[in-house]
Ligand binder design. Structure first.
Ligand code: ATP
Length: 324
């Protein structure tokens, strides 16, 4: 295990920000700390980095109790959302910085920085200054700098948070590939569930300072531990007191086992996908819900506004939660 967090508590004044948090991070994994704003993600990352001391509990890094070690002795590299580069140094010098203060030989530094700039696709930019880079390039430089000293663990706090949506998407894919090449144990903070599902091999969902669930993305998506987790990981709708994914709603023209009558209120075509809104007439009155169907299905059963239909959760679905 690369990182073991055991029963960590942390308060700021009266506010308990981490409550009995225990997390295992496997060696070589890419783990997302996911959760709503204020849930404690950054604080947990800072506790791992040694920038914040827990009130109680233990942090073990590579089998060594690091709870009381200062950040520079933990063998971690970190990158924050707004990366502070040395403005008067070139990209090369920024990446070389950690190696220079460790007094590595010149040849070795040159070779290592060259490899790292290749890895982050900045080999053409070695002699530029940070101000001459785009935001995405600057974050890649920050990653190269953090990797330069071969940390056991790489900690990233919303590293792409300040960038526009397109660049963010590119960097996500790039981070995944980089990790496949380098395999350094990486923990990154994100509030974006899509980013976590796409990039991470393990997700730790943190809200109100409590770990709500941890596991592989598909496992959490398919077997959410609570309505909160199910809602946080993707769209949901409610039919007959059951919380289900909108793509797990079946709409039929004829009644069948377990169906409820419904009236279509709106059909929105979003390319391949069609969002069908309807009102279900259940035992407790009328309720608005929606389904995500393919264009083909919508055309096959001729769904249109005002149509009277019958709905139910698809019989074979894996995940639904009884909430009423
Ligand atoms: N140094 C501090 N002093 C006082 N309160 C703090 C401090 N750092 C964090 N907090 C509070 O702790 C709570 C958790 O903050 P944290 O930054 O860990 O959450 P987060 O999940 O990373 O949220 P976000 O996604 O908004 O960054 C918040 O309510 C925050 O205001």
């Amino acid at each position: 295990m690369a990182i073991e967090i055991r029963g960590v508590n942390k308060s700021f004044g009266d506010a308990a920000v981490l409550r009995d948090v225990s997390v295992d991070v496997t060696s070589g994994s890419l783990t997302a700390l996911l959760g709503p704003s204020g849930g404690g993600k950054s604080t947990l990352l800072r506790v791992i980095a040694g920038l914040e001391r827990p009130d109680s509990g233990q942090v073990v890094i590579s089998g060594r109790d690091a709870t009381r070690l200062p950040p520079q002795r933990r063998d971690v590299g970190f990158v924050f959302q707004h990366y502070a580069a040395f403005k008067h140094m070139t990209v090369f010098e920024n990446v070389a910085f950690g190696l220079r203060i460790r007094k590595r030989p010149k040849d070795e530094i040159k070779k290592r920085v060259g490899e790292l700039l290749d890895l982050v696709h900045l080999d053409q930019f070695a002699e530029r200054y940070p101000a001459q880079l785009s935001g995405g390039q600057r974050q890649r430089m920050a990653l190269a700098r953090a990797l330069a000293v071969d940390p056991e663990v790489l900690l990233l706090d919303e590293p792409f948070g300040a960038l526009d949506a397109q660049v963010r998407k590119e960097l996500r894919a790039w981070l995944r590939r980089l990790h496949d090449e380098v395999h350094v144990t990486t923990v990154f903070v994100t509030h974006d569930q899509e980013e976590a599902i796409e990039v991470a091999d393990t997700i730790v969902l943190l809200a109100d300072g409590v770990v709500q669930q941890q596991g592989a993305p598909a496992e959490i998506y398919d077997n959410p531990a609570s309505p909160f987790v199910m809602r946080f990981l993707g769209p949901v709708t409610e039919i007959d007191g059951r919380l289900i994914r909108p793509h797990d709603v079946e709409i039929r023209t004829e009644p069948g086992e377990g169906t409820s009558p419904a009236v279509i209120t709106r059909v929105v075509r979003l390319g391949f996908e069609v969002r069908v809104e309807f009102t279900v007439r259940g035992a407790e009155g009328e309720q608005a819900a929606w389904a995500q169907l393919t264009r083909e299905t919508v055309e096959r059963i001729a769904i249109e506004e005002g149509a009277e239909v019958h709905v139910r959760p698809r019989p074979a679905i894996k995940h639904s939660i009884q909430i009423a």
